[in-house]
Design a protein around this ligand. Structure first.
Ligand code: FDA
Length: 306
């Protein structure tokens, strides 16, 4: 089921048709407050009242025209202004292929730098998402270059990839900001763990490595991008054993998933941030959410019933 859903996520024919169907538009609302940026900002304002910070992502990837990438960058600059005026603790989470990575790498990097500079004037961060493995090396390298001159940029690393331990060691000298996730794409056995238990074991080991970096250098920032509360609790216990403060890491979850746990972590004194997606290009992103938990397909199909 996971493989089929991830294939559907990449299929162009389906990408053009499914988003037009009423039931799909209804079902996706479980994972996003609305397509309009104002919907995302309103959701973040409500989260703020509960002590939950936000990060925003305009959904979409692999743009095919450089003008589209430029428009996305311009949109994010405007979004940073709106985040500032709404007085939200809001950060950006951006996909390099939406900023023209497939077309002109230097331009994509310049967009990230411009966003980071604008975010820095407001004390905000810009996170770089990690996409499929065809982009991993180039993404890590771009992050390395940008982080050297800008402290408010972070990168997402995926625990299912066998290379990630080495990436963390490689980034150690630049005191990185890393959001660790399990990984949402279909990757072959040669480069990625396939079994959930192996991914979880690696996640815990990688998070521990990041905690050691944080212990040595407080500029290191850690985001645990997972809804796996058992895993988070193991890492929280390890962090406590290392005498690190509760804010040594931040719990980062997606809008609409494990809202109960997000509130519980706030009550327990941890930092929590919710990633809020918006925009019209939600199809591939939504299919990856279904693939993570195929039981969600039943929920989506139920939206077809009157
Ligand atoms: P796992 O799949 O084991 O789920 C643990 C539990 O969480 C489940 O039992 C269920 O209760 C709940 N859950 C998880 N997913 C759910 C869903 N879709 N619907 C309902 N419940 C669900 N990936 C990537 O490759 N590149 C990236 O840049 C990012 N960025 C990112 C940012 C943030 C803030 C988060 C939280 C996640 C990502 N991801 C990502 C996605 C990540 O790789 C992974 O696919 C999902 O987080 C799902 O895996 P879990 O870690 O939640 O564990």
């Amino acid at each position: 089921m996971r493989t089929l859903l991830l294939w559907m996520a990449r299929n162009r024919w389906l990408r053009e048709r499914i988003p037009r169907m009423g039931f799909a538009r209804k079902a996706v609302r479980r994972f996003m407050p609305g397509e309009d940026p104002a919907d995302a900002l309103a959701a973040a304002t409500a989260f703020k009242r509960e002590g939950i910070a936000s990060e925003f992502t305009r959904l979409g990837e692999n743009v095919t025209k450089i003008e589209e990438a430029d428009a996305v960058a311009a949109h994010y600059l405007e979004m940073l202004e709106r985040i500032g005026s709404a007085d939200i603790d809001g950060e950006l989470s951006v996909k390099l292929t939406q900023l023209g990575f497939d077309l002109d790498e230097a331009r994509a990097q310049a967009h990230v730098e411009r966003l980071a500079d604008s975010a820095a004037t407001r004390g905000r961060m810009v996170w770089i998402d990690m996409e499929g493995s065809a982009y991993t090396e180039r993404t890590v390298a771009l992050f390395e270059r940008v982080r050297t001159t800008r402290a408010n940029v972070g990168v997402c690393l995926q625990a299912y990839l066998r290379r990630t331990g080495a990436d963390i060691q490689r980034l150690a000298p630049i005191a990185p900001a890393v959001r660790l996730v399990k990984g949402a794409y279909a990757e072959p056995e040669a480069i990625a763990y396939q079994r959930k238990t192996d991914v979880n074991t690696n996640f815990a080991a990688l998070a521990t490595a990041l905690l050691h970096l944080r212990k040595a250098d407080s500029r290191v920032r850690i985001g645990l991008g997972t809804h796996d509360v058992e895993l988070i609790d193991v890492i929280a216990a390890r962090s406590q054993e290392m005498s690190l403060p509760k804010d040594a890491f931040e719990v980062q979850m997606l809008y609409g998933i494990r809202a109960d746990a997000q509130r519980r972590y706030v009550r327990d004194g941890f930092s929590v941030r919710t990633l809020i997606g918006y925009g019209t290009a939600w199809y591939a992103w939504y299919m990856r959410r279904l693939a993570e938990r195929p039981a969600n397909v039943v929920f989506a199909l139920r939206q077809m019933l009157p």
